[in-house]
Design a protein around this ligand. Structure first.
Ligand SMILES: [Cu+2]
Length: 208
């Protein structure tokens, strides 16, 4: 699979996507043109936007699925070349899903609101609102007992998320949002990898 990984590293995302999953790619292209058409004539914009978001998520998953078969982060990097392009991951989508229960906006160096209280099972969309690309990265040591680790990019630990960011992964860019459903009660503290030093941190308090 290193060939596929190489392709993803070097080619534009659309090309990698076409390689990874033709169906998802075609669905993405079709949904995008439907969305543009709906925006132009003003009809059924919401439905088209939703279809576009779904197709985008599916397409991104197709790419991540292929890339996921490549050597894990931290193992020897055969390509040896630094990747300057940013990628999100299967939990980073275009737009903000309409079925999200809450939204947190990411401005230049802040999460707004910085503290959010939700109920178990609620879905939160962390929406890029301004500034450079952001990450949404849980503090691994501060998670409530039994909570699964969460971060944009779908990493399994804070360390993996930080390493991944250095490789351009887990980014939430303009027009995108990171979506997470909180299943474990307690305080979930998190930060933005590139802007933590500037104070870009937050907490989601999950209540039973
Ligand atoms: Cu940030």
């Amino acid at each position: 699979m290193s060939g596929v990984f190489q392709t993803f590293e070097e080619a534009r995302v659309h090309e990698a996507l076409e390689e990874a999953d033709h169906d998802a790619y075609e669905g993405f292209e079709a949904a995008l043109s439907d969305y543009v058409a709906a925006l132009e004539d003003g009809s059924e914009v919401d439905a088209a936007a939703e279809a576009y978001a779904t197709a985008t998520a599916r397409a991104q998953f197709a790419v991540v699925g292929e890339v996921g078969k490549a050597p894990a982060a931290g193992s020897a990097d055969e390509s040896g070349s630094a990747d300057t392009s940013l990628t999100g991951g299967l939990n980073v989508v275009e737009g903000v899903p309409e079925d999200a229960d809450h939204a947190v906006k990411m401005s230049a160096v802040a999460f707004e609101p910085a503290e959010l209280t939700v109920s178990v099972g609620d879905t939160v969309a962390f929406e890029h609102a301004a500034g450079e690309a952001h990450s949404v990265t849980a503090y691994g040591d501060d998670l409530p007992e039994g909570a699964a680790y969460w971060a944009s990019g779908g990493f399994e630990s804070q360390e993996a998320a930080e390493t991944g960011w250095g490789e351009g992964k887990g980014a939430v860019q303009s027009g995108q949002s990171y979506v997470h459903t909180f299943e474990t009660a307690g305080e979930h503290a998190y930060f933005c990898v590139p802007h933590e030093a500037a104070g870009m941190t937050g907490t989601v308090v999950v209540e039973e």
